[in-house]
Ligand binder design. Structure first.
Ligand code: BGC
Length: 401
């Protein structure tokens, strides 16, 4: 077995809108509008065109109900973060990635909510108190309603406001936080919103798509600079989604490369997120997640090896699977870590791994039925139950440390 580097971080990841509950942003509005259609049209062919869900009979009832598509009180993590961090600590986790909900911080344009800022400072402090290095994401897919009304990332004002918000959070969190992420997976959100027209604001427009991508590049650069003026020591990066393609479809790599190429020169590190390998032929034997995604944990090696050319420290800031029965998760984490260790043993600079996700959560347009959590959440009682694979991850952490 290859070793992982000394001080390698073993973490878990979350995002505000998916776990907090009680948010009001562009997604909450979109959910209200879209839930009836999403429920009515739900089929065994689930997300991202990855093929049929192997567990459709088990999820059908949930997938066909409107409430599945309303984020509502989510996993109640806004008020339960200390409890959740204590559980993560008991499992031996040493890092925690969470996002700040911009719509809470700046509910009206130019007006900052001091209590909301204090809340996230508390979360960062709680990470430290519970032995976990905080990694803070500033934008994980949701926009304040006022920003969406101005055209979201199409608007120059929104880009400027984003940099102000980044500076504000940097100044407030400085005592506790060293690592910031500006944008989460800009390649996914821009394509889902402006090419596939599924996510808000649901457009099919090549012109808007290219405008939004250019503007997200600006948003990152300006937020990067804003954070660095607060503290030149901050380590600022962004999170990129990397899909693997079969050798015959290497041209599709352009989708992976757009943002990395442009943002890496303005980043101190890269957040690498890996879930999917796209096979275009029939691969009947491949294991599938509940969402029908082919499980290919050995792909971490290839993704990291490819990105090593940017000469930046990397963290796997997300990697995981929907697996309600917890059949594959332990194996998947073990193989992921092996694959990362193989890369680091060859000199690739990867410094941590964050399993997605600590908690069962709101999986965007698929809603609540996909279960990604190390911790299962009963949304009626908000009770938590640690899945066996979380204990398995805890064992792996011990073995590697
Ligand atoms: C996103 C998460 C999402 C996960 C699983 C990533 O694209 O950053 O918000 O839940 O993948 O689909």
């Amino acid at each position: 077995m290859h070793k992982l580097p000394a001080n390698f971080l073993f973490g878990s990841a979350t995002a505000a809108h998916q776990v907090e509950g009680g948010n009001h942003n562009d997604w909450t509005e979109w959910e209200r509008k879209s839930a009836p259609g999403l429920a009515a049209n739900a089929t065994y062919r689930t997300s991202y065109g990855q093929g049929p869900s192997p567990v459709w009979p088990d999820i059908k009832t949930a997938a066909k109900s409107e409430s599945n598509y309303i984020s509502g009180d989510a996993a109640g993590h806004y008020t339960r973060y200390a409890q959740d961090l204590a559980t993560a600590q008991a499992l031996g986790l040493t890092a925690f990635r969470f996002s700040v909900e911009w719509s809470r911080i700046e509910p009206q344009e130019g007006t900052y909510d001091q209590a909301a800022i204090a809340h996230y400072v508390d979360v960062a402090k709680a990470c430290r108190d519970h032995g976990q290095e905080p990694f803070v994401t500033l934008w994980h897919f949701t926009l304040p309603v006022w920003a969406a009304a101005q055209g979201g990332w199409e608007s120059e004002t929104v880009v400027r406001r984003f940099a102000d918000y980044a500076r504000t959070m940097g100044a407030a969190m400085k005592p506790y936080v060293a690592h910031f992420t500006t944008l989460n997976e800009p390649e996914v959100s821009s394509a889902m919103a402006y090419v596939r027209g599924i996510w808000p604001p649901q457009r099919h427009s090549p012109t808007r798509y290219s405008r939004v991508r250019r503007s997200m590049v600006q948003a990152h650069i300006r937020a990067y600079e804003a954070l660095k003026t607060v503290n030149p020591e901050f380590q600022v990066g962004f999170c990129t989604s990397q899909t693997l393609f079969e050798a015959t479809h290497q041209l599709l790599q352009v989708a992976n490369d757009y943002f990395v190429k442009r943002l890496a020169p303005h980043s101190d590190w890269l957040g690498v997120q890996f879930y999917l390998k796209r096979s275009f032929g029939r691969r009947k034997l491949a294991q599938k997640s509940d969402m029908g995604w082919e499980l290919h944990p050995e792909g971490h090696y290839e993704v990291l090896a490819r990105l090593a050319r940017y000469l930046k420290p990397m963290y796997i800031t997300e990697s995981g699977l929907a697996d309600a029965a917890d059949i594959h998760r332990g194996w998947y984490i073990e193989e992921s870590l092996k694959s990362i260790a193989k890369a680091t043993s060859e000199g690739v600079d990867c410094r941590g791994y964050f399993y997605w996700s600590l908690l069962d959560n709101f999986e965007w347009h698929e809603g609540y039925w996909p279960k990604f959590g190390l911790i299962e959440v009963d949304r009626r009682t908000m009770n938590r139950r640690i899945r066996p694979s979380a204990h398995y991850y805890a064992r792996l952490i011990k073995d590697y440390s």
